[in-house]
Design a protein around this ligand. Structure first.
Ligand code: FAD
Length: 599
């Protein structure tokens, strides 16, 4: 019997996006919250204090759609340095790493999602197109204002007729005969910060040229914004249509290359997706805090409901999901930073915006994973914390009611979760075909292992069962992916298979990240191990379920039984006792009045 965890495929020396699928758990060290620098922690603290002092006390007022107040608060956020993290120093920003950028995002999401959304548009999708694709003149004109909060930014891709199908945009921009300006006609929908932004990055069909990004300033003749949408949630954020009627935009406002707008639109969304996960961490922590506080004070049957097993299970699961989301998000952000750092070292100078963008794109699989898991697990946490509130969760007296409404949108914007689910296996297969991912080698190796199950990894020591679970989930993914690939080009139309593979990959990234982080950490070991065990216990079941779904959807009828038997070989283990693991988590959460591992 093998004693050590075996490689599915030899690790490449260079860290690559998606490598978690093929490399053994712990094969690489990565960024974790335990490794945050003092400076990074300080940024979180500054953001957290700002949120508590300036935003949360004004949430009720903002809910009444007070865009003037929102603008004022963006200015204040700029004054304390929360807007310039991703902007170069020469343009008034701080030029900090992605980890700090995510920490600032997380710090702004603890209790009022409408503000987090406003900040996401300002510091992420609104600002970054100009950071990465702007000319020096465009950067000099807009970035200092974005950094200090005197200019508000927005990103306008969606239209009434084209949301997911973003390239189907119908807004046109016809170049004038003298080539000096574009005449823009059409409209955009659901634009965050729409009602009060100063600068809009708008995606249009240039004539001639095709899909292109244009910078449009408020006040441009022919440009107006429609009425504020009446929304289910995030009512304190501004969401409006944009209207272009013979709107005359200088040709110098083209952002990036004509006809290459898709590069800007989609690459920027990768960062937006990661930031959404960082916001989700903040949302999960504040909801957990609310749920714990309520559970501790609410009495039924003569005791605090926090004493009941089912309530404690919800608390344990929420803490474990938060720990996982933290582990996954900061790992991805750290990986981008590392890639950028490696380029700087190799070239002996700072990287170009294009290189920076390429480093982000390398982790596009992780970004889509984070978009889905961040939004869905946060929603599960909020849903369960609302359940802890009973009837009080359903009325407006407690913040959890608003959190429930506010966070529903996260599955819709930044690419719907359906679209992101399709993207994940799409990117994996594409990279494998280009030889950038060792999918075929890993499948061949798995076939050899299956011929003699003694070759399966048998980790020993700390969290051995969970490590084995994660290693086997990787094999389940490979097994299902191998069969899915037999469909050839028809696979593209088999969304049920693609989504099941995506879900399996999400669980693998989660288990790999939570295990890698926990195995490296030295403090609070019992708690961390329990969080890890609780999460992996459920995650490996989900991974298996989704691998089996994918497999059953593609197998020829005469293969089903034999192949399911093979898959079952990859899922043999003794489940843990849920109550035992739960009780290694809940006392610490109750004691901390919320998530127990603060920064
Ligand atoms: C509050 C809010 C703020 C927003 N902010 C912005 C912003 O700042 N800038 C911006 O540009 N946009 C913004 N949006 C728009 C948002 O990005 C879109 O709503 C989103 O991309 C989905 O597009 P859609 O609404 O047209 O839905 P559709 O694309 O019509 O999708 C409807 C349903 O069909 C599914 N679907 C679509 N295509 C497929 C497919 N190929 N396979 C399987 N299922 C599919 C979707 O997943 C979804 O469930 C915002 C939206 C909201 C609600």
């Amino acid at each position: 019997m093998a004693e050590q965890v075996q490689d599915l495929a030899p690790s490449t020396s260079e860290a690559r996006g998606g490598s978690f699928l093929f490399e053994p758990v712990g094969a690489r060290r990565f960024m974790t919250p335990e490794k945050f620098t003092d400076e990074q922690r300080q940024f979180f603290k500054t953001g957290d204090e700002f949120l508590k002092a300036e935003i949360l006390p004004r949430a009720e007022k903002l809910e009444q759609k007070d865009n003037a107040l929102l603008r004022e608060l963006i200015g204040k956020a700029g004054e304390v340095g929360l807007l310039g993290v991703d902007i170069g120093e020469e343009y008034g920003g701080l030029a900090l790493d992605k980890v700090t950028s995510m920490l600032v995002a997380e710090s702004q999401a603890g209790g009022y999602a409408a503000w987090a959304t406003t900040m996401g548009a300002q510091t992420g999708i609104g600002t970054l197109p100009i950071v990465f694709f702007g000319t020096p003149a465009q950067k000099a004109k807009y970035l200092p204002g974005f950094a200090n909060g005197t200019l508000v930014a927005a990103y306008a891709l969606s239209e009434a007729g084209s949301g997911s199908d973003a390239l189907g945009a119908k807004t046109t921009a016809r170049l004038s005969d003298d080539g000096k300006h574009y005449l823009v006609n059409g409209g955009k929908m659901w634009i965050t910060n729409g009602g009060f932004a100063d600068v809009y990055v708008v995606f249009i069909k240039a004539e001639p040229g095709g899909f292109t990004a244009l910078i449009v300033e408020r006040g441009t003749p022919g440009f107006s914004t429609g009425r504020e949408e009446h929304k289910l949630g995030i009512r304190g954020s501004s969401t409006t249509p944009l209207i272009f009627e013979d709107c005359k935009v200088p040709a110098s406002n083209v952002l990036g290359e004509i006809g290459k707008g898709h590069k800007i639109a989609f690459n920027i969304l990768n960062v937006g997706r990661l930031k959404l996960a960082a916001f989700a961490i903040g949302g999960m922590k504040s909801s957990l805090r609310g749920g714990v506080e309520y559970a501790l004070q609410r009495k039924q049957f003569g005791k605090s409901i926090a004493e009941f097993g089912l309530i404690r299970e919800k608390i344990a699961r929420a803490a474990a999901q938060t720990y996982a989301t933290e582990s996954m998000t900061y790992r991805a952000a750290g990986a981008i930073d590392e890639r950028v750092g490696d380029m700087v070292q190799a070239e002996g100078r700072s990287v170009s915006p294009g290189q920076h963008m390429a480093a982000i794109e390398e982790y596009a699989i992780e970004a889509s994973i984070m978009k889905i898991s961040g939004s869905e697990w946060m929603f599960q946490v909020i849903d369960e914390m609302l359940q802890i509130h009973g009837g009080n969760g359903f009325v407006t007296d407690y913040p959890i009611e608003r959190a429930y409404r506010d966070n529903r949108v996260n599955r819709i914007f930044e690419g719907t979760n359906e679209i992101n689910r399709l993207l994940i296996p799409g990117m994996i297969f594409k990279r494998a075909m280009k030889g950038e991912m060792p999918l075929l080698e890993a499948v061949a190796r798995l076939d050899a292992e299956l011929s003699d199950p003694r070759h399966f990894p048998a980790p020993v020591g700390r969290l051995a069962a969970e490590r084995r679970g994660a290693e086997m989930a990787k094999r389940q993914f490979l097994f299902a992916a191998k069969w899915a690939a037999t469909l050839g080009p028809a696979l593209e139309e088999r969304q049920e298979v693609l989504a099941a593979l995506a879900d399996c990959a999400i669980e693998i990234y989660a288990m790999d990240s939570i295990l890698g982080r926990t195995l490296e950490s030295t403090g609070e070991i019992e708690l961390r191990d329990a969080l890890c065990r609780f999460f992996c216990m459920e995650s490996r079941e989900r991974a298996f379920d989704r691998a089996r779904t994918a497999l059953c959807a593609v197998l020829p009828a005469d293969e089903v039984d034999a192949q399911l038997e093979q898959l079952a070989l990859l899922h043999r283990y003794t489940p843990v006792n849920i109550a035992e693991v739960r009780e290694q988590i809940v006392p610490a959460v109750l004691e901390a009045n919320g998530y127990p591992l603060g920064y």
